[in-house]
Write a protein that binds this ligand. Sequence first.
Ligand SMILES: C[S@@+](CC[C@H](N)C(=O)[O-])C[C@H]1O[C@@H](n2cnc3c(N)ncnc32)[C@H](O)[C@@H]1O
Length: 251
Amino acid sequence: MLRNFFASIVWRNSGRKAFQSIYKEALRSKTYLKYIEKVHGRDSFCYNMLSKNQYEEFIAQIKSLENTKDKVALDIGCGPGLMAQALQEKYFKRVIGLDFCEKIFIDQSDKLVLVESNIEMMRLEKESFDFIYCIDSFYHLRNPKKALNKILNSLKKDGLFVLFYSFTGESKMAPMLKSWGVEGKVDIVDFTDDDLSFWKSSKQALNKFEQDFYNEACQRVFKAKKLECDKFLKYHENGDIHRKMLVLKRL
Ligand SMILES: C[S@@+](CC[C@H](N)C(=O)[O-])C[C@H]1O[C@@H](n2cnc3c(N)ncnc32)[C@H](O)[C@@H]1O
């Protein structure tokens, strides 16, 4: 337990620093926005692995809630908060975002609240959210089960939790949910083939935009994305990667 605690402190410092410096560059890069449009099929900032298809499926989950404008959502690992802001404006009464990179947070309002928080240590009030989402932030956790417990406890009855995650080998997520014994309905959608197309198009776009990234002195974003892209394409080549959307409806 003590080991987990210290490992979490180390990740908080090293992971936070790494994300913060990438975000600083990505947020000022016009080329990164062009890359997002080409690869993610969207015109607003994100730093994730959601293809256009996956994003549409995610929005369909939001739309499956009734009267979203009365609902409160929680974004776990929200980055600067731009996606939370866009979703709040379109769908929700209020969105709360949690991330440990508070230095890059955008301006807040009473409808958009961004909180510096380590997912490992976060405190969430019981049954307080209608919709919780976590897009590509549920990694590096020493004790994902504990985080999951807190998340699920903070979901209201009939609330939805949507998680996008990639993993190699066996996923522990579904068995974890079963062993938690939550009264809920779990759906898992496989996006592995879609993920391969996503990384292929990412590679093409990176080749196309490489010089533009360098021209605006944003090569760090380019290199980070290139590394990610090569890593995931290699996993796909070896047939050793899964991309899933997990949806839990609390009953
Ligand atoms: C790949 S980015 C995804 C960002 C955002 N969800 C999106 O879709 O654009 C992962 C995010 O998780 C945050 N993160 C990773 N580990 C975290 C932790 N233990 N506690 C809080 N935030 C964390 C990072 O700071 C980063 O903003």
